[in-house]
Design a binder for this molecule. Structure first.
Ligand code: SF4
Ligand code: SF4
Length: 334
């Protein structure tokens, strides 16, 4: 039985149990952890700082943290980076988490996916970054990156590892979003749209590819139109509520309830924990405090609203938006 189906079986009860402990007993349950497991990367996308060589947890330390996460109630780990496949032990990490019945989402640029796919078959789902056709992709990520990404996509399909795309909406693709939707149509996969951030990822410099406020609103309107169309209704994973929320950026209405530091946490490459992927301050070292100890030390912070589209969708589940709830329980994205 695959990890994915194993998780689905206990997903609803384990989620409801965690949610009720958080809501009624005011406990913190690290149900979902976004883990920037390395900052090394083999790409240099225009909207990101790119490769960062920093000390990171050893294999032994990573497995020990996962063991403690499982005890603390973690049911979903989202492995991000950097590029997680820069770690030679990533398959071992995924296999170990699978044995702990943790749902693993692996976010990757896909460059190494074709050669590493056999190690990754226990991943519950892969999130593959793709912003458009060859021209768009290579303008953002560099020469010969499109072919490697598509080969990675084909490999995941061949080995039956569930996969979806993640598309950053930027100056390069906002007027041709249909390019990525056509690729989805060709390979029978879905995609999740993430507007480019105002700052470069993991840097404070202005993002050179982010849209003007008008372009941003026009692109979200376009996505809503595509989602209403018969052809792409099921291809776009963002919920209508999520797109409407993002349309209002940078002044979205506050969410009634935010999961950060209650049900969701972010762990960095050095084992330090904070409340949310949008936050840079880390509060506790999981090696020193233990995972559960670190969870208790994390502080919440005041933010302008969710910009990370998948974190937003998780929050919409908590705010009882039906379409987001359906997506979540069907593991369409995480
Ligand atoms: S966006 Fe991802 S793939 Fe691109 S440089 Fe940054 S970490 Fe690497
Ligand atoms: S960005 Fe803000 S609203 Fe969204 S999860 Fe983080 S803290 Fe909560």
């Amino acid at each position: 039985m695959s990890t994915n189906s194993r998780f689905k079986k206990d997903k609803i009860p384990s989620f409801l149990k965690a949610y009720s402990r958080v809501k009624l007993l005011k406990q913190r349950i690290p149900f979902m952890v976004s883990w920037e497991i390395t900052r090394r990367c083999n790409s240099k996308c225009l909207y990101c700082i790119g490769n960062v060589e920093e000390p990171e947890l050893s294999t032994k330390q990573v497995l020990e943290v996962i063991r403690k996460m499982a005890v603390a109630g973690t049911k979903i780990i989202s492995l991000t980076g950097g590029e997680p496949l820069m770690r030679s032990d990533i398959g071992q990490v995924i296999d170990f988490a699978a044995r702990k019945n943790i749902f693993i989402k692996l976010a990757t640029n896909g460059f190494l996916l074709k050669e590493r796919i056999k190690e990754l078959t226990n991943a519950s789902i892969i999130q593959l970054s793709l912003d458009g056709d060859r021209e768009i992709t290579e303008n953002i990520r560099g020469r010969e990156t499109f072919g490697k990404t598509i080969q990675g996509l084909q490999a995941a399909i061949k080995y039956r590892v569930p996969i979806y795309l993640n598309t950053v909406v930027s100056k390069f693709n906002h007027s041709s979003l249909h390019e990525v939707l056509d690729i989805c149509d060709k390979y029978k996969v879905k995609t999740f749209f993430q507007p480019a951030r105002l700052e470069v990822l993991r840097d404070s410099r202005k993002n050179p590819v982010c849209l003007s406020p008008e372009e941003h609103k026009t692109s979200i309107k376009k996505l809503i139109q595509y989602k209403k169309s018969k052809k792409f209704a099921k291809t776009i994973l963002n919920s209508f509520s999520g797109l409407s929320y993002l349309y209002e950026w940078p002044k979205p209405s506050p969410l009634a309830w935010c999961s950060a530091a209650k049900l969701t946490f972010r762990l960095n490459n050095q084992g330090r924990l904070c409340a949310c992927p949008a936050e840079n301050v880390t509060y506790a070292d999981v090696l020193q405090s233990g995972f559960s100890g670190a969870v208790e030390k994390v502080e919440t912070f005041k933010c302008d609203g969710c910009w990370c589209a998948s974190q937003l969708e998780f929050n919409l589940v908590m705010n009882f938006k039906l379409e987001a709830i359906k997506n979540f329980f069907m593991c369409k994205f995480l």
